[in-house]
Design a protein around this ligand. Structure first.
Ligand SMILES: N[C@@H](CCC(=O)N[C@@H](CS)C(=O)NCC(=O)O)C(=O)O
Length: 200
């Protein structure tokens, strides 16, 4: 087995990678990293990712950090054309969602979850809650006439955006006002080899 994932079960960023690995039917070795114990700051881990963050994926001697970057790698290396098509228009539309995930969604739903589930103190929860509402409204509107975020089938845009949206209730943000988002989440859950995580 050559693929290793440095991982934490409760991390939505790690779950993005676990989900795509599963959907692609890839086997891998799971290496738990205990953030509470500071394992991500050990000199051994810093060799893998000086940014002190999981997920990190090792494929043989090649090391990849950042959930979105890992999704790109796995889709291109092991997926068929559908997960990340390379024509200019599809690529641009999909990368836009990878960016939204690391920007608006992280500042909103991901941050609200850190506050409520993990008791992170130095967070402005009002701002995070407002940003969550804004981006969820945008997503709801975007999904009004689409089954998937882009194209006619799931891509890594869906895989990158799904975890923290589905985990929004952990941050005390209900998804009930967003029927299109809930229907899209259900479609993702129906994919063959879909796996879940605590909170989803
Ligand atoms: N942009 C990174 C963010 C990863 C991230 O924030 N990971 C968290 C766990 S979900 C982490 O390792 N936090 C440890 C820390 O920042 O000290 C990605 O998408 O992978």
């Amino acid at each position: 087995m050559t693929i290793k994932l440095y991982d934490l079960e409760l991390s939505g960023n790690c779950y993005k990678v676990r989900l795509l690995l599963s959907l692609l039917g890839l086997e891998y070795q799971h290496i738990p990293v205990n953030l509470m114990a500071g394992e991500h700051k050990s000199s051994e881990f810093l060799q893998l990712n000086p940014l002190r963050q999981i997920p990190v994926l090792a494929d043989g001697d090649s090391i990849f950090a950042d959930a979105q970057a890992i999704l790109v790698y796995l889709a291109r290396k092991y997926g068929d054309q559908t997960w990340l098509p390379t024509d200019a228009e599809s690529l641009s539309k999909i990368v836009r969602w990878l960016s939204i995930t690391a920007g608006e969604l992280r500042q909103g739903v991901e941050t609200a979850r850190l506050f409520h589930l993990f008791n992170f103190k130095n967070i402005n929860i009002e701002t995070a809650t407002e940003k969550s509402a804004f981006i969820l409204q945008q997503l709801e509107q975007h999904l009004a006439n689409r089954e998937w975020l882009e194209l006619e089938h799931p891509t890594i845009a869906d895989i990158a955006v799904f975890p923290y949206v589905a985990l929004a209730p952990d941050g005390k943000i209900s998804l009930e006002p967003y029927p299109n988002i809930l229907a899209w989440c259900d479609r993702l859950k129906q994919l063959p080899r879909f796996i879940s995580m605590p909170g989803i």
